[in-house]
Design a protein around this ligand. Structure first.
Ligand code: AKG
Ligand code: FE2
Length: 250
């Protein structure tokens, strides 16, 4: 496969994030985003392609913008507690290994690990991030799941975001703030003892202020996870903006 990193216009304030250039292919379309001052910058997307994996990655916010957003998130976000922070696994209730909260349009809820997460009404901070992503990508979102990883012990296990309440084919936009963490994709045919093929895993390091667009059909074929990295001590907050099927009644 022809593989190379696209070196086009770099955004003002953008830090360099070279990840393995293998399988990173050229993106033809130039997207743009606005700064707080209204200036338009072009975005340098890196395309990550494998069999049925289609993701675009960029450092979306400058370090300064991302620092401010992280500080505001730490002040303003209140996470689910009690039953809403537990999963039922192997006959036992367990605390999830991170904190979560969801925001969304009226009446939206989301099933996660067998439980229903109610969306809270949008708050300006989260709405602003959503609007920035929509402006830059052209995709709209009506729901976001926020995960807070207090340090490298917190993690999320392998899963696919392929629930039927999600609009089929719509990308998921994953915005990360704080501690850079490994993010791992595994093809469904290459998992565990029943693996039928030997497809290499895809590992990215998601940087502070980065945006990963997970596009169709990635979530139909590939599992993803954020493994524990116990030596890391800093907080990371991740937003996965999604488009959910809107049901008529609340
Ligand atoms: O924290 C992340 O980067 C991933 C979160 C995730 O996969 C999810 O919320 O479904
Ligand atoms: Fe996910």
């Amino acid at each position: 496969m022809d593989s190379f990193v696209v070196k086009r216009k770099r955004r003002i304030g953008e830090q360099s994030t070279e990840f393995n250039s293998e399988h990173v292919t050229k993106k033809s379309k130039d997207d743009s985003t606005e700064t707080d001052q209204g200036a338009v910058h072009s975005i340098l997307w890196k395309e990550i392609r494998r069999e049925n994996l289609c993701c675009d990655y960029t450092v979306f916010y400058s370090k300064h913008q991302a620092d401010e957003l992280l500080a505001e998130c730490e002040k303003k976000l209140i996470y689910n507690e009690g039953q809403m922070a537990r999963v039922h696994l192997y006959g036992k209730w367990m605390e999830i290994a991170r904190k979560q909260v969801a925001f969304g349009d009226d009446c939206l809820s989301y099933r996660f690990s067998g439980k229903t997460v109610l969306a809270r009404p949008w708050i300006p901070l989260v709405q602003k991030i959503k609007d920035d992503i929509t402006k830059a990508t052209g995709y709209t979102f009506n729901f976001v799941l926020v995960n807070r990883y207090k340090d490298g012990h917190d993690h999320i296990g392998e899963h696919k975001d392929d629930e039927k309440d999600l609009v089929f084919g719509h990308p998921i936009a994953s915005l990360s703030l704080g501690q850079a963490r490994d993010f791992v994709f595994k093809h469904q045919d290459s998992r565990g003892k029943k693996a039928t093929r030997d497809i290499p895993t895809v590992k990215l390091e998601l940087q502070h202020g980065s945006l990963l667009m997970m596009k169709h059909p990635t979530n139909s074929f590939w599992y993803h996870s954020l493994p524990a990295r116990k030596k890391l001590i800093n907080v990371r907050i991740n937003f996965t903006f999604r488009q959910m099927v809107v049901k008529k009644t609340c």
